[in-house]
Ligand binder design. Structure first.
Ligand code: EPZ
Length: 417
């Protein structure tokens, strides 16, 4: 039986907890190792399922990895294979991040088209259009993207919509192209900026990361570097909500407050006590949160990856709230599970209406995707009685030892296999 978490709810969390490095910055940074024959060193690589999957994928392409504790050195002295196989890509869509680097470094790539996933279809048309603009020959053969280019050429690319990994794939490909590339309508997420910092440390010439216009001047080769990965703003936000929803008093440290602006503003609207330091946030939960409305949008708006966690808090508010999900077409799976815990939530298309209840009652629930599983853990921490969250492998994809971090704050939470 797959691992599950058992939680005795109703205990206010207290104490300090450190945030790990960001999954969504670690994955593109690992892919960037394909762009050079020299080692890329990460002093703080998080120990996550998705990181292990990306390392396994890189090893099939010819990478060697030295890992001791959080420090990892990744080296692709030579690309031995240019194929990202379906069985790997289908378990983790972010595998598509090897596409741009492989074409740029090696001149060819065969990457399985990522199927949809729980939260939506999630096509990669923008990645392919951008690579074609850079001069790659793109074909779709038997469910694989086949891309070839003797040398990529700089181009002006305007993305049809904001795509985080699309921006990252094209930025990596452009670092070794001949000439200058401009990406308009680029994603502004902190993880994009962190990747740019890593690429520039390798000798890349990238300007404007963090804005919607990124300029990349191609260079002939990139060197190795040491890059410290940015803290995980979504894990930070999740731990802050854990303090709020349990009426606790928690200091979440090793974070970048500027990456949480929209989340902290929303929580304050709900009456949550927020104190912001240079690298920490202290959260004090209200007796009962106030309702509010939220619409997800690309950074610096309210992150879609925090939507399920906020919905869980709003489920206990003293009034009605509305949550509108604008990024993915099917990201309300957690709603049905929250209803099993006593929440009153109705979803209609991209909007969920939540009528707050006084408390959740513990129950058996099932995770469906990474952030939904985090939301169910939060609900269990607040619920009266025992909650059992099944299929917790979803949680392990993106949270490093979540139950240990929560137990250190006083939560009664245990992993059962
Ligand atoms: C990244 O996914 C994150 N993953 C996601 O985090 C996050 O939810 C998402 O960005 C939005 O912030 C990683 O960084 C590894 P998108 P990504 O391309 O890049 C559509 C988590 O929980 N689109 O920004 O795959 C797409 O369907 C995960 O950590 C196209 O139509 O998301 C979606 O509706 C979940 N064509 C929207 O754009 C494309 O070519 C945004 O997707 C690309 C995207």
């Amino acid at each position: 039986m797959p691992a599950r978490l058992e939680i005795e709810g109703g205990i206010p969390l207290r104490g300090t907890v450190k945030v790990s490095a960001a999954k969504n910055a670690a994955l593109p940074a690992l892919a960037a190792a394909l762009l050079t024959a020299e080692p890329l060193v990460f002093p703080n690589l998080p120990d996550l399922q998705d990181v292990r999957t990306m390392i396994r994928l890189l090893q099939t392409l010819g990478a060697t990895i030295d890992r001791n504790d959080a420090r990892a050195s990744v080296r692709v002295a030579r690309v031995l294979k240019d194929e990202a196989a379906y069985e790997l890509v289908s378990t983790m869509r972010a595998s598509v991040l090897v596409l741009g680097p492989l074409v740029a470094r090696h001149g060819s790539a065969r990457v399985a088209l990522p199927g949809g996933c729980a939260i939506g279809v999630r096509p990669i048309d923008q990645h392919l259009k951008g690579l074609a603009k850079l001069g790659a020959e793109i074909a779709i053969e038997n469910g694989y993207v086949v891309a070839r280019a003797s040398r990529l050429r700089g181009a002006s690319i305007t993305l049809d919509m904001v795509t985080v990994t699309g921006t990252e794939n094209l930025m990596m490909a452009a670092t070794l192209a001949q000439g200058t590339t401009v990406i308009e309508n680029a994603a502004r997420e902190p993880e994009v900026s962190d990747l740019a910092a890593c690429l520039n440390a390798m000798g890349g010439r990238i300007d404007g990361a963090g804005t919607s216009r990124i300029e990349i001047e191609g260079v002939p080769t990139l060197a190795g570097a040491t890059h410290r990965i940015v803290p995980d703003r979504i894990e930070a936000g999740t731990l802050i909500v854990a303090g709020a929803i349990t009426r606790g008093d928690v200091t979440v440290s090793d974070l970048v407050p500027d990456h949480l602006g929209a989340v902290l503003a929303k929580l304050e609207e709900c009456g949550v006590g927020i104190e912001v330091g240079s690298t920490w946030v202290r959260v004090r939960g209200p007796e009962r949160p106030r309702p509010t409305d939220v619409v997800t949008s690309p950074f610096p708006g309210f992150a879609t990856d925090m939507q399920a966690q906020l919905m869980t808090l709003l489920g206990l508010a003293d009034g009605q709230s509305r949550v509108t999900e604008t990024i993915f077409e099917n990201r309300f799976m957690h709603a049905a599970e929250l209803v099993r815990l006593g929440a009153r939530i109705e979803t209609e298309g991209s909007t969920a209406t939540i009528r707050g209840v006084r408390h959740y009652q513990g129950a058996q629930v099932m995770a469906s995707d990474l952030r939904a599983s985090a939301a169910l853990v939060l609900a269990g921490l607040a619920a009266r009685g025992r909650t059992e969250v099944a299929r917790v492998y979803h949680l392990d994809r993106g949270y490093e030892r979540m139950e240990t971090k929560l137990a250190n704050l006083g939560a009664r939470i245990e992993r059962r296999t």
